[in-house]
Design a protein around this ligand. Structure first.
Ligand SMILES: Nc1ncnc2c1ncn2[C@@H]1O[C@H](COP(=O)(O)OP(=O)(O)OP(=O)(O)O)[C@@H](O)[C@H]1O
Ligand SMILES: [Mg+2]
Length: 748
């Protein structure tokens, strides 16, 4: 047996051994909070002989849950896999599959992601003829989510709202939205958190059962729970009080998504006689990194003071590099990574963090340019692509025909001649007769459709009914294939011109079938419902498979809980990090500072901060100065580079109307350096490709076979409109990527 208490300091050991009663492990970054949580679960299983299912462990991402599970299996064997583990959303979704019928949903309810919710709000605002200029669908979505996160239901909303001339309208939309969700047998992400509490309230016997179901509840990253999650934990632990939460108020970075820092700060008042254990030794970072991070976060006023110390060496100073432009910044980072690689670091030892996703483009270019492998966490997600959302909509309707958002997405996709007017008539009929849209499809005549349209609706309906019956006998993967085939969705891309984006779509659909296969392999007896649920609840980080040796790019938010030997934090400029809008409110500025603290404390050995003198934002060159946060780092921890006496030159560069000059050089060599005062050179245009070098003498065309230094052989799918010649290429390893032509070698 692994020794459960090995390699733990006395405080950590105490935290593992304190199993009963409320326990708050309150500690700074890298002090072993997550390690303690894993050991504690192991201890409960091994020493206290707790039945695995009777332990509930809540993590911030599904990936973190997966890693915890693996570690436990490694320590204790396969039995440990049975511990109930997951994010709040996935744990609640599982619960609701069994219990949502009490609130009038079926167990097949659909989970709407942010885009689905937004679509529904848009449709509702359209049908309710809401056209107030100051009320956008997006704004409404925030409003609804905000209410839900505070447990304010539509009926109470008006009472608790500040009077605002749009208040009644907003509440009316909120009400309609909630009703429509119910009709669609669908829940949004916030509902997944609220509905269990409503069930507890209405059916106390269910709560009692749940209170006896788990003996121990453990929560990681507690500082980022919101009010509803807090109420859920409180309700569940009320009988046994065996709740152990770990967190760090300095790492609370999801206030903008409703996380309530008071949950951790007020723990002592909420849970009776809690034990509080502070962990103060940091095991992750060098002394310098730790000193810098601590000094920064100490500037926040709304926090509990804590000391972090380490036995590690001082290590190297944190580098603060100022580059000329964002292009140069990316070049600097990529060069540094290349040098580190020569020195023996792996690519995967590096993480590049940024405040906003938009910053990744330049970084990608620079890495591609040097054939450095990388992975982006977040950005355009595979499951957000049109064709993937379409096929998922088919599957959702088959599982839950009441889901009108998905039904509307596919009813005329591929084109079946069921046009807008027909659909509107069907929707009106559904509303007037209190039917779902799916039920209305059975009455096309009554809904007032012409005979041709009636016929089309009937044949669509009978195809779907047929598919639904097929689902009962087919395996998950075969079901997905069958739907793709019978619906005609796949063939619409097969018959058309091969040399356009259709091939791309077909590849993605194939990849989707593969992912179904993989899911089936990993989850015995998996159903289509399980698969759809898993896909709906994936977070950005969950989609990152970290097996490959690749640099990882992600936002600072996504990096929470992770660690890397070398961390770059890019774009450390005033107005970008902290964001401009956060500077006005102290609370928000403090949250940005915590985000910076999270960023620095991801680094084990080296931390490199970068900023630029001017950045292209919204198509304009913005003169930039280093983030005020960089000045909060003690000077003896910092080594500044690149801050040169170029400021006088900068004045000539701003506003000279050549804002795109670098754009046309992206990925290539540095922009031409001009002497101060010289007139701008002629702007290079997108069509000016004649001067750009191509890797071979023959120009590359769609359909060609090409070679790439990193990705190997591939086939050119499409040409991509861009400031320089670029192609979408399907490589042999299954990777599909857009690559600048100059990195491709024509292959006979
Ligand atoms: N007692 C210990 N001895 C050696 N290494 C340790 C010890 N405790 C923790 N570590 C190591 O320190 C690093 C940080 O631990 P862990 O990720 O558990 O910290 P954390 O407090 O959860 O950090 P964060 O606040 O970033 O979530 C890990 O690499 C972990 O393996
Ligand atoms: Mg942790």
């Amino acid at each position: 047996m692994t020794h459960l208490l090995d390699n733990l300091n006395p405080r950590q050991r105490e935290a593992v051994l304190t199993t009963d009663g409320p326990l708050l492990i309150f500690a700074g970054a890298g002090s072993g909070k997550t390690r303690v949580l894993v050991r504690k679960i192991a201890y409960l299983l091994e020493q206290k002989k707790t039945v695995p299912e009777r332990i509930l462990a809540v993590t911030f991402t599904n990936k973190a849950a997966g890693e915890m599970r693996e570690r436990l299996i490694h320590m204790l064997g396969p039995e440990a896999a049975r511990v109930s583990m997951g994010t709040f959303h996935s744990i609640n979704a599982r619960f609701l599959r069994k219990e949502a019928h009490r609130l009038g949903y079926t167990r097949d309810f659909t989970i709407y992601d942010a885009a689905d919710s937004l679509q529904l709000i848009r449709d509702l605002m359209h049908s309710m003829a809401v056209n107030a200029v100051s009320l956008t669908a997006n704004g409404m979505k925030y409003f609804i989510s905000d209410c839900k996160q505070q447990m304010i239901l539509p009926d109470q909303a008006l009472k608790v709202m500040r009077s605002d001339f749009l208040a009644e309208k907003k509440v009316a939309i909120y009400k309609a939205y909630q009703q429509q969700l119910k009709t669609n047998n669908a829940m949004d992400f916030d509902d997944l958190l609220i509905m269990p509490l409503l069930i507890f309230e209405k059916f106390p016997e269910v709560l009692t059962l749940m209170q006896y179901r788990y003996d121990y509840i453990l929560v990681d990253e507690y500082q980022d729970t919101n009010r509803v999650q807090f109420l859920f934990l409180k309700a569940l632990s009320e009988k046994h009080h065996n709740i152990c939460v770990v967190g760090d108020d300095d790492q609370s970075i999801y206030g903008w998504r409703g996380a309530d820092i008071r949950n951790i700060l007020d723990f002592e008042e909420t849970f009776p006689n809690p034990t509080i254990i502070k962990l103060e030794q940091n095991y992750r970072s060098t002394a310098t990194i730790l000193k810098a991070a601590s000094a920064v976060v100490k500037k926040n006023r709304n926090r509990k003071d804590k000391t972090l110390w380490t036995e590690s060496d001082k290590g190297e100073k944190i580098i603060l590099h100022q580059a000329e432009t964002d292009h140069d910044e990316a070049e600097y980072i990529a060069n540094t990574i290349r040098e580190n690689h020569f020195r023996g670091f792996r690519y995967r030892d590096h993480a590049i963090l940024y405040r906003t996703n938009a910053q990744s483009r330049q970084l990608e270019e620079a890495l591609l340019n040097r054939q450095i492998r990388y992975i982006i966490v977040g950005g355009t997600r595979f499951y957000d692509r049109k064709e993937i959302k379409d096929i998922m909509a088919y599957l959702r309707v088959l599982v839950n025909p009441s889901d009108a958002v998905s039904l509307k997405r596919i009813i005329n996709n591929p084109t079946r001649g069921i046009g807008k007017t027909s659909l509107e008539r069907l929707e009106d009929f559904a509303e007037e007769t209190h039917r779902t849209l799916w039920e209305a499809l059975q009455y096309p005549e009554e809904a007032g459709l012409g005979s041709a349209a009636r016929h089309r609706v009937k044949s669509f309906l009978s195809m779907m009914v047929h598919l639904r019956s097929r689902l009962e006998t087919l395996t998950l993967t075969d079901a997905v294939k069958e739907v793709l085939r019978v619906s005609g969705y796949q063939s619409q891309y097969e018959t058309d011109d091969k040399n356009n984006e259709n091939e791309d779509r077909l590849e993605n659909l194939e990849e989707f079938v593969n992912s179904a296969g993989e899911f089936e392999q990993n989850n015995e007896g998996a159903t289509l419902e399980d698969f759809l649920q898993e896909l709906s609840l994936l977070t950005d980080v969950d989609q990152w498979e970290d097996a490959a040796d690749a640099v990882v790019l992600m936002t600072l938010h996504s990096a929470k809980g992770l660690e890397f030997p070398i961390v770059f934090i890019s774009g450390l400029e005033d107005g970008l990090f902290p964001l401009e809008r956060a500077k006005e409110k102290e609370e928000e500025l403090e949250e940005e500072r915590r985000l910076f603290y999270v960023g620095i404390t991801r680094a084990m050995k080296h931390c490199v901060l970068t900023c630029v003198r001017r950045r292209l934002r919204y198509g304009q060159w913005m003169p930039s100065i280093a983030s005020p946060f960089t000045q909060e780092i003690p000077p003896d921890c910092l080594e500044k580079t690149g801050f040169e006496k170029q400021k006088s030159r900068d004045r000539f560069l701003f506003g000279l109307g050549e804002r795109d000059i670098e754009r046309s050089f992206v990925g290539g060599s540095s922009p031409p350096k001009r002497k101060s005062g010289s007139t701008p050179s002629r702007k290079k245009t997108a069509n000016d490709s004649s001067t750009l070098p191509l890797a071979s003498s023959r120009r590359i065309r769609v359909g060609d076979t090409v070679n790439h230094k990193v990705y190997g052989r591939g086939k050119v799918l499409t040409s991509v409109p861009s400031s320089q010649p670029a192609f979408r290429v399907a490589f042999q390893g299954g990777v599909v990527k857009t690559i600048a032509a100059k990195f491709l070698q024509f292959s006979e």
